[in-house]
Design a protein around this ligand. Structure first.
Ligand SMILES: [Zn+2]
Length: 231
């Protein structure tokens, strides 16, 4: 069932269609606002509101726009996840560009593996914390929607490409983007859990901490040693 993006309450429908060009938006009985005005907005407005961290736009995408899935993620979200991992690989590759790459392909696949594991650790840690806190409160928790919310709200990582185009040194400031991604994650998760930021931030910080711990450990191990072992 769709929801009102303003108050989060379920609504029977989002609009009434009189003809192809003539639809009337449904007005929510709880808050008297249009249940979902985003169905009439184009993607630029949706993108801008995502950047502005508006709860309404996350409700629109998570509950009204994407097809409901009982498990797993929608194909479009899967494609976005792959794109985000490839962006991570690219950024890590640029940061390590001064290190001689004897086996370029092996080097690439090594970074790809690290980025994929980092993403899995982050998502698994957040899901674990949610299970720990909410499994007694709720009978059913759709953990796949935790993953969907986190992937969609990481879209701002794609802004990194602008930093690369505008200034090559911009890559050193990619942590700006990391902060935007984190705050977007907080917004999306608070919408999904219907909780305050105070309760959502520690859950995500645990995920970031576990991912950072893995990154730190693997860098300490030094990938050159792995090459040495492989050779
Ligand atoms: Zn409402």
């Amino acid at each position: 069932m769709p929801i009102c993006v303003e108050c989060g309450k379920p609504v029977p429908s989002l609009y009434t269609e009189y003809s192809k060009q003539n639809i009337q938006l449904y007005v929510c009985n709880y808050c008297n606002n249009f249940a979902d005005q985003y169905i009439e907005h184009d993607y630029v407005i949706i993108f801008m509101d995502l950047l502005l961290h508006k709860k309404q736009v996350y409700r629109h995408i998570l509950f009204n726009q994407l097809d409901y899935v009982d498990s797993g993620v929608q194909p479009a979200v899967k494609k976005l996840a792959i794109l985000l991992i490839l962006f991570d690989v690219y950024i890590k590759w640029l940061k390590l560009e001064n290190i001689p790459k004897i086996h370029v392909l092996m080097h690439y696949f090594y970074i790809l593996l690290i980025c994929t594991i980092e993403l899995c650790i982050f998502h698994a840690s957040v899901r674990f914390m949610i299970w720990l806190i909410y499994s007694r409160k709720y009978e059913i928790i759709k953990y796949n929607y935790v993953t969907i919310a986190l992937i969609i709200s990481s879209f701002s990582k794609l802004l990194l490409i602008l930093m690369v185009i505008w200034s090559y040194d911009g890559i050193n400031y990619s942590w700006y983007i990391d902060i935007i991604v984190f705050t977007s994650n907080v917004e999306a998760l608070s919408v999904f859990l219907d909780e305050s930021y105070i309760k959502t931030i520690p859950i995500l910080l645990f995920g970031v901490l576990m991912r950072t711990f893995f990154s730190y450990t693997i860098h300490k191990f030094d990938y050159n040693n792995i090459y040495g072992i492989m050779n």
